[in-house]
Design a protein around this ligand. Structure first.
Ligand SMILES: Cc1cc2nc3c(=O)[nH]c(=O)nc-3n(C[C@H](O)[C@H](O)[C@H](O)COP(=O)(O)OP(=O)(O)OC[C@H]3O[C@@H](n4cnc5c(N)ncnc54)[C@H](O)[C@@H]3O)c2cc1C
Length: 348
């Protein structure tokens, strides 16, 4: 079989490629040097619950276990570590929320993902925690470290090319696609929110992208060793540094850092703890989000053999490992995509 051309080495393209490799399906992954990468801005948090609402996310049971198993296997394959699965701590704001979590613990499905309360005394005394936190299963993926380890392995196996892909550079002939003098059986676009600009293969994708900001700070004297999710999340990176995020805004879809968004992060962080810190890095990216929070997966109507694998919103880490396997089954013609994600049903 001719190789599959994957465009984009973010979380979507990388996870898809690694799952193709497990099936001995050849591929070439191309990326423009992460010029518009959402993945490199992501905090990498994953958990099966919507913490604000205290309920399970879509297909949480399927996604959660496959997600952790997938990244653990990658750690073994690459001989490095990037998955931090010690759980997440939800800051509880009032008695009503406290009682809600207590009730949720009793529900069979949700309860299995809630580890219980953790005393506020186990957090820095400088943190404003009116109640014990609620610990849920999950954690965070060091996305940059994962993508870098995967890229090294793609380069070592000659499965990667740094290049910008443009639809006008491909030619279809006898059911195959040629690009830069190579022939491919299929093309898969994993270009994040940039798929919105594609007017050739997928002109109607219903994206509602959401721009977001994070910042890394040096915060000596805090000594936080757990991930906490309040109005902002705080994620310990080691050596007194922390990642803080994220904002949501629905305009200016680019990678420019906006100081009014950074100001929002700083204000929310001060509400949790008013110890001073130094900002090390500020980042902005665009989540490839969709209003109904379901990805956009399927084949181009007009150009058979060109597929889209994207639209993972805020939950790429949790969902991509499972959905990439289902995607491969569909594009090998062995199964039909779930209607909730399939472009056939979503963009008829
Ligand atoms: C502030 C913020 C916080 C987030 N936090 C989380 C989180 O905690 N957990 C979580 O799961 N998700 C989170 N996300 C969402 C997550 O980042 C995305 O869902 C995910 O990264 C999307 O991956 P992707 O591979 O589809 O797109 P991308 O990561 O954007 O990758 C697309 C790649 O394709 C390249 N590319 C684009 N066009 C071309 C072209 N024409 N030719 C060649 N290459 C091209 C881009 O440069 C990029 O490298 C967050 C996002 C943001 C912005």
């Amino acid at each position: 079989m001719k190789p599959i051309l994957i465009v984009g080495q973010g979380l979507a393209g990388t996870i898809l490629a690694l799952n193709l490799r497990k099936l001995d399906l050849p591929f070439l992954i191309v990326d423009d040097g992460h010029r518009t990468s959402s993945s490199l801005v992501a905090a990498g948090l994953y958990n099966p619950l919507i913490l604000k609402r205290g309920r399970l996310t879509w297909r949480a049971l399927d996604f959660f276990h496959t997600c952790e198993a997938f990244f653990r296997q990658c750690e073994m394959d690459f001989g490095t570590s990037f998955l931090h699965s010690d759980g997440l701590h939800r800051r509880i704001h009032d008695t009503e929320e406290y009682n809600n979590w207590a009730a949720l613990r009793g529900l069979p499905e949700v309860g299995s993902f809630v580890d219980g309360y953790v005393s506020a005394k186990r957090f820095p005394a400088t943190f404003d925690l009116p109640f014990d936190t609620c610990k849920v299963k999950g954690g965070w993926l060091d996305v940059a470290a994962f993508l870098e380890a995967a890229l090294d392995s793609f380069i070592a196996k000659e499965e990667f090319q740094k290049a910008e892909f443009a639809p006008e550079d491909v030619v279809q002939k006898e059911g195959e696609w040629s690009w830069k003098e190579r022939t491919f059986s299929r093309i898969v676009l994993c270009t994040g929110y940039k798929s919105m600009d594609d007017k050739t293969f997928f002109p109607d994708l219903p994206f509602t992208p959401a721009k977001g900001h994070t910042m890394d700070i040096h915060w000596p004297g805090v000594a936080l060793d757990k991930v906490i999710q309040a109005s902002v999340f705080v994620l310990p990176l080691g050596d007194d540094t922390y990642r803080v995020g994220s904002t949501y805004s629905w305009s200016d879809f680019n990678e420019e850092v906006e100081q009014n968004e950074i100001y929002k992060l700083k204000t929310q962080l001060t509400e949790l703890c008013d110890l001073s810190y130094t900002v090390l890095t500020e980042r902005a990216g665009v989540r490839p989000a969709v209003k109904d929070r379901r990805p956009l997966i399927g084949e181009s109507k007009e150009h058979k053999g060109v597929w889209h694998f994207g639209g993972f919103g805020s939950r790429a880490v949790l969902t991509c490992p499972t959905l990439s396997k289902e995607f491969i089954e569909a594009f090998m013609g062995r199964a039909v995509l779930n209607a909730e994600v399939s472009l056939d049903s979503r963009c008829p």
